[in-house]
Design a protein around this ligand. Structure first.
Ligand code: UT7
Length: 326
């Protein structure tokens, strides 16, 4: 075992515009009652017209750097977990690097959808643990409001925009004790944005078919999310050597209150230990887990010395978990 790798600083950026369930009732045939009872979501944030994923990412990055008492010049690497990049090429991470002015940083995106932050965290941990880099910035950032189909009530009520960031380096605060990642590409069809890649390039027909919007088989995704996230919780705990009852706070991907309830029930853990913000932000994909961690620390739900369990699940399918000691 080498030196401990930990989280030196945390930050978030949430766009100021709030879209409530009552607002959605005016856009599609839905109701506050349906959305709250099926998902637990009351409202979500929506990026301003002039805000892109990189802008949200930079906002969160600046806050995390300030928290870590570091400057952009201290960064050796920037990883951005996102499924809503500013554009197909170059990476959003390179755009963030330029906006932050972090000239020493190698920069790349992590395409693992809602698990993007957790995948990035594990990659960052490896670079720091090996001694390759001193400081790695990991961001989860999304502007989902521009890829959801605002005519499809089964998906548009679920998602929101936001960003969170963590700076990793050698240290014992937020020390990463164990990690676990997994994927199942045979289920790729369940959640995807089919248009815009080389399989279905942009064309008049692809636009007419609404192929550039997110498509989801909600019922199937729900089942896999519960199964894989509950397993992932137990895997990370087992690898950490920490007893399940010693976990002070569970920080899950915030897609749906019913998924979270089912996950902790299956994993044999109490819902009272779960940090929840799905009601305020909806599903922010790669930003969900890291924004929840930032708020859990800010609100004192995770305190110095506490064990916290992070767990995520998303398109791919992908999933991941980790145990940290704050
Ligand atoms: O980050 C990972 C990615 N995503 C997720 O984790 C989401 C996973 N899936 C889910 O959270 C749930 O499957 C949903 C919330 C998407 C749907 O909940 P459900 O209990 O599985 O509902 P359903 O899809 O079975 O739909 C029930 C009914 C349908 O009507 P019929 O066919 O029974 O008449 C839908 O048309 O609810 C209808 N419906 C709606 N009604 C009002 C679907 N969306 C809406 C809506 N408002 N927004």
């Amino acid at each position: 075992m080498g030196d401990p790798v930990g989280i030196l600083g945390l930050g978030t950026y949430l766009p100021s515009k709030v879209l409530t369930n009552a607002d959605l009732e005016k856009i599609v045939e839905t109701s506050d009652e349906w959305i709250q009872s099926r998902t637990g979501i009351r409202q979500r944030r929506i990026a301003a017209e002039n805000e892109n994923t990189s802008d949200l990412a930079v906002g969160a990055a600046k806050a995390a750097l300030a928290d870590a008492k570091l400057t952009p010049a201290d960064l050796d690497m920037i990883l951005v977990g996102t499924m809503t990049p500013d554009m197909p090429c170059p990476s959003t991470a390179c755009i963030v690097q330029a906006k932050l002015n972090a000239p020493q940083a190698a920069s790349v995106d992590v395409a693992a959808a809602c698990s993007g932050f957790l995948y990035g965290l594990v990659m960052a941990q490896q670079f720091v643990a090996s001694g390759t880099y001193r400081h790695v910035l990991v961001i989860g950032a999304e502007v989902l409001s521009r890829v959801v189909d605002w005519t499809d009530r089964s998906t548009c009520v679920l998602f929101g925009d936001g960003a969170g960031a963590a700076v990793l380096g050698k240290g014992t605060q937020g020390q990463i004790l164990s990690t676990y990642l997994g994927s199942d590409g045979t289920k790729a069809e369940l959640l995807k944005v089919p248009g815009g890649g080389v399989a279905h390039p942009a064309s008049h027909a692809s636009v007419d078919q609404r192929a550039h919007y997110l498509k989801m088989n909600g019922t199937e995704v729900f089942k896999h999310a519960v199964r894989e996230m509950s397993k992932a919780c137990l895997k990370a705990i087992e690898r950490s050597g920490v007893k399940p009852e010693e976990i002070a706070c569970i920080i899950p991907h915030q897609a749906n209150m019913r998924i979270i309830q089912a996950v902790v029930e299956r994993a044999g853990m109490p819902l009272s230990k779960v940090y929840l913000n799905v009601d305020r932000y909806g599903n922010m994909s790669a930003a969900s887990t890291i924004v929840a961690l930032c708020e859990a620390v800010r609100d004192g739900r995770v305190q110095r010395g506490d064990y916290a369990l992070l767990v995520a699940f998303g398109a791919g399918l992908t999933w991941g978990s980790c145990v940290i000691r704050w």
